[in-house]
Design a protein around this ligand. Structure first.
Ligand code: PEP
Ligand code: MG
Length: 892
């Protein structure tokens, strides 16, 4: 029989410790901590496999689960010596449990939790009597009703919050901690009324009903809208499901010797090797995370650096702090990674409630990986494998210019590093809409909740008035790599009126502001930025990555500046120089238009003669920047109509500049009009019909190569690439043009350079006929943008309208223009590589579509043995690291 329930704590071990697939991350680590002897309240995990089963059965539990859960509860009862639902006023009191979700990977705040479950009108009295703390018992009960009504009964939580606020106001209190036992009792009565009003039935009194309700709610939350959005953003498959963890409650809210906190074994923002965290005396876990009370620091150092008054845990509870510090070290050694921990102190006794690999900024990920390798906790190769290549993006982007003027409005917590400027927006839906219109948006909220996930994703930066470093906004922003300033308490935000007041000034929706997520500063206006620092830990990790990678990494670049950036990021050549980008400046476009508008070859040649020196100049600069490295230059590719005006009002001026009549211009534009330009007169089809265009480009390349060769003594090695080839004959014809031009130039100058002529593989026919094409082509570069477009029959330019739906419905796991469709397009790449190699065993193979900078696609490229990947300059380091990881994976 399949087993669904696994026990932990109190010496029980059902043999699945560490199995995250089965137990979810939280369950696996609770089991793991218990098995190395750490103090974990006893409990059990209902496996993730039950989640799928629950949905299969029409959101019902299979019969066999009831007995298994009963055994689980019996286990907790035995270890704690308490009984679930026990109403006797003597003895150890009733057993209360927490019910929490826990998927394979953590999805912070996305799914449901219920605490203090097991309280009802009788057990609350028993808890009061046995704990000797009536206030605590009734406080726990009102928390439970509120949470259960929200999460399980799905009642309007605003009504409960309002009742709490009114109760406090009536007593003239500001804080929950001022409320007495009788105040809480009165509130519980009010809550009971609210439940009846909203739900039509009284609050469930049977503790077993309560438990099953909560378990169902946790499974239900797997399919909640916010969880689906989070999964989509983080590429988490929908069929993984969540586990449910049921665990004995321990209480951080039993007076001043009790506390609760969250901690990281190293600083998750900077990676510094120092304990980092927050705690609250006399509080439950949700109080820390919700950011309602401002938490205290964990260490004395941190408190002093922040000039904060309330004592740190190190000072206030030195003995328990010492125990906690020992646990931190043990956990880091056991899991060999930085841990994110939740703990509770109940009347002086430390309990561990959770440990997981801590989320961290890219900066911290780098530092921690490099430090741990240097501490011999992990190997250099493990360090390379640890850093998510995509996360490097955060480090490779500009930060605020330290010398620029900053009109600082206020300062909050530096919750997630990086800098961003944009317009202030106070609502997540508005943020999403305005971002879609192309505006840079800063989302400004009192605090964020999981409902804001889409707005946070759309925003360039996030600013909140409330919440600490571990608040929802901070954790999610760090995960997304968005700069975030949280807890900027001086902000008075009126979201309804779309305005925020600070330091006597007003920020309205649409006003520009700037955030510095590394200092916590919030500034008016936008502030200039500077390039990132690429030495230090980044440089070290890149050196380690370069040692293990097999594939070369090149850049897609067509200006000397981009080539320079690419070289600084470690590019080992240019994989794609798109020559058409050089044709768009004011002077040149006129000549390009004259060429297009010419009625005959002589007219075209006259215009091309004017372009030649300009094009040659471009290549000279690029060859100079890339000295010693290969440069692949692609001849003209786009449909010609892209160079002609489209708007009526532009015709007159364009006609005048090009020296033709407006009627001629309109007629030619009309003649060149295509219904499907992407499948039309473009790529080598231009070269076949107008060979003089490719001839001019080839001449510019060879003349430039000779010029740079004689100037520097190091002759460049141009690789001339023909786009959109479908047949061997096309390539043959184009190669003849290039070779003929080469011979002419070499003869004129009495000098020569070596070069290759190759092709892009970007049409399915080219992939299938690669064996034949390789008889002519000396290299292949996979143009996976066009290959995806033509294989899927999906237009690159129009796909966004429906691709999100396709991804949502699981038709493609990810946007195939972002991450290669390995099964389909990938198979064509594999076929072409095999057939090409069969004809020409040492043919050089690369990829230059956008996928060349996508880690998953790079892993695929390694598996088919490509020689290099080529990515945009900023993604070169990502590609270097991803290529290294792919090589490690391939080695196994
Ligand atoms: C491609 O098609 O993948 C490619 C690199 O060419 P372009 O994007 O310029 O069409
Ligand atoms: Mg292409």
């Amino acid at each position: 029989m399949t087993r669904y329930v696994y026990r932990f704590g109190g010496g029980a071990n059902d043999g699945a410790a560490g199995d995250k697939t089965l137990l979810g991350g939280k369950g696996a680590n609770l089991d793991g901590m218990a098995s190395i002897g750490l103090p974990v309240p006893p409990g059990f995990t209902i496996a993730t496999t039950m989640c799928a089963r629950y949905y299969e059965e029409g959101e019902k539990f299979p019969e066999e689960l009831f007995a298994e859960v009963a055994n689980g509860i019996a286990h907790i009862e035995t270890v704690t010596d308490k009984k679930f639902g026990d109403a006797t006023p003597t003895g150890n009191g009733p057993l209360l449990v927490s019910v929490r979700s826990g998927a394979r990977v953590s999805m912070p705040g996305m799914m449901d939790t219920v605490l203090n479950l097991g309280l009802n009108d009788q057990t609350v009295e028993a808890l009061a009597a046995t704990s000797g703390d009536e206030r605590f018992a009734w406080d726990s009960y009102r928390r439970f009703i509120q949470m259960y009504s929200d999460v399980v009964l799905c009642l309007d939580h605003g009504a409960f919050e309002e009742a709490l606020e009114i109760a406090k106001e009536d007593r003239g209190f500001h804080l929950d901690t001022e409320m007495t036992a009788n105040d809480w009792k009165a509130l519980v009565a009010k809550y009971h009324e609210l439940v009846v009003e909203e739900w039509g039935k009284p609050f469930p009194q049977d503790v077993h009903d309560q438990l099953w309700g909560a378990v169902g709610a946790v499974f239900g939350s797997w399919q909640a809208e916010r969880a689906k959005v989070y999964r989509r953003l983080n590429n988490i498959p929908g069929d993984w499901g969540t586990a449910v963890n049921v665990q004995a409650m321990v209480f951080g809210n039993m007076g001043d010797t009790s506390a609760t906190g969250v901690a990281f074994t190293r600083d998750p923002a900077t990676g510094e090797n120092a304990y980092y965290g927050e705690f609250l005396i006399n509080a439950q876990g949700e109080d820390v995370v919700a950011g309602i009370r401002t938490p205290q620091y964990l260490t004395k150092d941190a408190r002093e650096t922040a000039h904060a008054k309330p004592l740190s845990m190190e000072e206030a509870m030195p003995v328990v702090y010492g125990e906690l510090a020992a646990v931190f070290d043990l956990l880091e050694r056991h899991y060999r990674d930085m841990q994110d921990i939740e703990f509770t102190v109940e009347r002086g006794k430390l309990w561990m409630l959770q440990t997981r690999t801590g989320k961290r900024t890219a900066k911290a990920a780098l530092k921690i990986a490099v430090d741990m390798a240097n501490e011999d906790l992990i190997t250099q190769e493990e360090a390379v494998a640890r850093v998510d290549p995509s996360a490097l993006d955060q480090l490779l982007h500009p930060t605020l210019d330290p010398d620029a003027h900053r009109d600082v409005l206020t300062k909050g917590l530096p919750a997630s590093p990086g800098a961003a400027s944009g317009i202030a927006v106070f609502d997540s839906d508005v943020a999403e809409k305005r971002a879609e219109m192309g505006e840079s948006v800063i989302l400004v909220r009192v605090e964020t909740s999981p409902e804001d996930i889409h707005g946070m994703h759309a925003a360039k930066g996030i600013l909140t008035a409330r919440g600490g470093m571990t608040s929802h906004a901070a954790v999610v922003a760090r995960g997304m790599g968005r700069p975030c300033v949280s807890g900027a308490g001086a902000l008075a935000i009126d979201a309804a009126a779309k305005v925020c007041r600070v330091a006597g000034r007003e920020i309205r929706e649409g006003d520009l502001i700037t955030l510095d997520g590394s200092t916590g500063e919030v500034m008016a206006g936008s502030v200039p930025t500077v390039q990132p620092e690429l030495a230090g830990d980044f440089g070290t990790l890149m050196v380690w990555a370069d040692k293990v990678r097999r594939m070369r990494v090149r850049a897609n670049a067509e200006t000397p500046h981009d080539c320079q950036v690419a070289r600084e990021f470690g590019a080992e050549g240019v994989g794609l120089c798109r020559t058409e980008h050089m044709f768009f400046d004011d002077k040149r476009i006129t000549w390009v238009r004259q060429m297009i508008l010419a009625e005959n070859e002589a007219g075209r040649r006259a215009a091309l003669d004017k372009l030649l020196p300009e094009q040659r100049g471009d290549f000279v600069s690029i060859f100079e920047v890339m000295t010693g490295l290969p440069v692949t230059i692609r001849l003209l590719d786009p449909p010609l109509h892209e160079f002609l005006p489209h708007a009526e009002e532009d015709f007159a001026s364009v006609a005048e500049a090009a020296g033709v009549g407006i009627e001629t211009l309109k007629r030619r534009a009309n003649e060149l009009h295509e219904f499907n330009p992407m499948l039309g007169h473009r790529g080598c089809r231009l070269g076949v019909t107008y060979p003089e265009i490719y001839e001019m480009q080839a001449r510019a390349i060879f003349e430039a190569a000779l010029e740079v060769g004689s100037k520097t003594g190091a002759a460049p090695f141009p690789e001339i690439m023909i786009p959109l080839v479908a047949t061997k004959r096309e390539l043959e014809l184009m190669k003849e043009v290039v070779d003929r031009t080469a011979q002419a130039v070499f003869k004129e100058q009495n000098a020569s350079v070596e070069y290759h002529v190759g092709t892009m593989i970007e049409l399915p026919r080219a992939a299938l006929k690669a064996g034949e094409i390789a008889e002519v082509g000396e290299f292949f570069s996979f143009g996976t943008n066009d290959l995806t477009q033509t294989t899927l029959g999906v237009s690159r330019d129009d796909a966004s309208r429906f691709l999100t739906t396709y991804v949502d419905k699981g038709i493609y796991a990810r946007d195939p223009f972002v991450s290669l469709d390995i099964e389909g397009v990938g198979e064509l790449v594999q076929i072409a590589a095999e057939r090409g190699r069969k004809t020409r065993p040492n043919i050089k193979l690369g990829i230059c579509g956008e996928h060349g900078g996508d880690p998953a696609s790079i892993t695929f490229c390694e598996s088919v043995g490509l020689d290099y990947v080529s990515a945009s300059p900023y993604r070169v380091p990502i590609a270097r690291l991803a290529a290294a990881q792919a090589a490690l994976k391939a080695r196994g």
